[in-house]
Design a protein around this ligand. Structure first.
Ligand SMILES: O=C(O)CCC(=O)C(=O)O
Ligand SMILES: [Fe+2]
Length: 365
């Protein structure tokens, strides 16, 4: 059942670049939503409706919330973080064995999958002080283009995943976790269709363009998901020289973030455009946020919220976001009902998710 506890009052963090006094204190915590009614086939319609309306308020007011009731045991979540931590603790030459390579290069990279060292990722042109491994849904029928040298080359995103060989169990544990996360992602986008009151399916055959409450479910049935393992050393330099992860919105559908218990690192920009709210981890819960594709589908009714990571704690921080994305070929354009509710004019053009993603990958996000 959905719930949205009354936020407590307390001071929050303001933008460190601001010279203005901090705004009036508002909230200390994001809303908490229990998704179990959308995972349990026997739940009552009223329980689902309650969850859906909590999601609607959370998406309108924050674009971020904590998610519980997802059914993935805490022991599994701890194992996911522990395995990523082990990998990042390996010597650099081990991590470089699965290094990300340029698409089309003679070394056989696809420009997206694999390991990136500290400072190699750019957000808005600034170095991010983290290292990461990116995994994506495997490309169907990927072929190498022969002749460019070595064993041939891959197109952007079309190579195989580069899995860490150590720890040995990492790949199997992660593959099972990704399956579990896709179930949670599906439940979440189903709930979002209800939350937006897009209408119950008529029972007539529906295609991907049909705009009812299952529209997100149909367009994510082959989700081109992304899984990132991220390792953050303590940020020693001033904010102007780059952040742990620079301010950005997520570019896809919904993000399910798992992070170790480090407080204060992830910060979410509130609607006033200047107050940064720390989104500290709650054990057993995901931090969820909506991405640019949901903003586009809803014609801006739900906005993808800016966030950043500033990790000044002593311990090496690990996070593992899972991005539940539309199908690669899904056409994402503002939904008629959302256009009506936002003044009658579509403010975004439609295009496929794949095109949007490839542009992001090519411009280093
Ligand atoms: O590490 C985190 O807490 C968030 C990372 C993030 O925002 C991202 O990878 O998009
Ligand atoms: Fe993000």
């Amino acid at each position: 059942m959905g719930s949205q506890p009354e936020p407590a009052m307390e001071t929050h963090q303001s933008n460190p670049n601001d010279t203005q006094p901090a705004p009036i204190p508002q909230i200390t915590s994001l809303p908490l939503i229990d998704i179990s009614s959308f995972l349990d086939p026997h739940s009552s319609p009223s329980a689902r409706q309650l969850t859906a309306s909590s999601i609607n308020s959370a998406c309108i007011n924050y674009g971020f919330f904590y998610l519980t009731g997802h059914g993935i045991p805490t022991s599994k979540l701890d194992q996911i973080i522990m395995l990523a931590r082990h990998f990042f603790a390996s010597p650099l030459f081990v991590k470089n064995k699965i290094r990300r390579r340029e698409a089309g290069s003679s070394e056989g990279g696809d420009g997206a999958r694999g390991y990136q060292g500290i400072g190699e990722n750019l957000t808005q042109g600034r170095r991010d002080i983290h290292e990461a491994v990116d995994l994506y849904r495997e490309w169907d029928h990927a072929v190498k283009t022969p002749g460019a040298g070595g064993e041939g080359t891959y197109r952007t995103l079309q190579g195989p995943n580069l899995w860490p060989a150590e720890p040995e169990e990492l790949k199997d544990v992660y593959l099972e976790y990704i399956d579990q996360l896709q179930d949670v992602g599906r439940a979440l986008v189903r709930a979002m269709g209800v939350a937006l009151d897009l209408g119950t399916p008529t029972g007539e055959p529906a295609d991907k363009e049909t705009e009812d409450e299952d529209v997100f479910v149909r367009n994510t049935d082959r989700s081109f998901w992304v899984m990132r393992m991220i390792g953050y050393p303590r940020l020693e330099t001033p904010i102007e020289d780059g952040l742990s992860c620079g301010e950005h919105t997520d570019y896809g559908c919904v993000t399910l973030l798992l992070a170790d218990p480090t407080p204060g690192a992830l910060q979410v920009l509130l609607k006033d455009g200047r107050t940064w709210l720390p989104a500290d981890p709650i054990p057993g819960a995901f931090v969820v946020n909506i991405g640019d594709m949901i903003e586009r589908w809803t014609n801006g009714l739900w906005k993808s919220t800016r966030h950043r990571v500033v990790h000044r704690g002593d311990e090496y921080r690990v996070s593992v976001p899972f991005f539940f994305e539309p199908n690669f070929e899904a056409v994402v354009r503002p939904l008629g009902k959302c256009v009506e509710r936002t003044g009658g004019k579509a403010v975004y053009e439609g295009s496929t998710y794949g095109r949007h993603l490839a542009a992001k990958v090519d411009s280093n996000f």
